[in-house]
Design a protein around this ligand. Sequence first.
Ligand SMILES: [Zn+2]
Length: 354
Amino acid sequence: MEQESKDFLFEILNTPSPTGNEAPVQRVVRKRMEKYADTIESDVNGNLICTLNPNAEKKVMLAGHCDQIGFMVSYISPDGFIYVTSVGGIDASVAPGAYVTIYGKKGEVQGVFGRKPIHKQKAEERKAMKVDIADCFIDIGAKNQKDAEKFVEIGDYVTYRLGVTELKNGYISSPALDDKVGVFCVMEALRLCAKSNLKVGLCAVSTVQEEIGTRGAQTSAFGIDPFVGICVDVTFSTDNPGYNEKKIPQIELGKGGAIAKGALCNPVLYEKLLQTANKYKIPYQKDIAPNVMGNDTRAMQVSRSGIASASISVPNRYMHTQVEVCHLKDLETISKWIAEFVKTLTSKSDFVVR
Ligand SMILES: [Zn+2]
């Protein structure tokens, strides 16, 4: 991966964007994409829309959601401990013992989710794996409530402590690879198209509020009114002991984007995407989505009178924990796949299902 691209990826992974407060990461995306996009717009919900060829007759929308799961401060106890509620699909069982960052009015506050020492847990407590986030508490080292309130207030956003860990062989681990890798891929696809004299307009959108119901994609798709929409999000890989179900499509890290077949994927678009991948020898994996997928693909597909949509997913391990894992090679191959496909489109490309 080119150094400038890798720097961009790591910078967005190191920038907070809990659902509902995505502006910090959008500023990073905007700053980087100014070099490549013809126009960049922000909207009232916080979506960031980077466009090539804005006056083209027909447009393609690429969606990657920049929001990440997190927490919101709901209560500060008299002794200065901070209680939170979930923002998005938090797995509470991995919270105790984790480092967190609270985004306070006066800046970042570091904290830890405390936990009763194992020595003091009763046998039945050890057996009971179920953790309720309402029982978890964050310790910021405050002396008491008044002291804590100097730094933290009700409604402050919280994320797991951000950072990227490079593992062996091109694997990386970070909170919120879901779905900053998607933002990365759609922005990379635009970069790769930037000097290509596209015959269509290309809008790469860093969408907001996906984790609570694909709300940013819904409004940006309506505004852009594209004829094709491609979503890049993450999908569950089956290549690790944490999740290795056998009687489903086998999805592995490093083997390319997973394209989902099913009602949410326009069949003409699906075939054309496969043709592009085969032509350029881009690795891909076949996934299935026999029912509705809860990601931005759906929001695009049912916008206005319908958009020809497809979902290309980045294989991901340990989704919605603070140690999600993806493979750098998948990000490169997906970006190239989408860019080469967009270059084939003209205003006459037809995705109507007959
Ligand atoms: Zn996602």
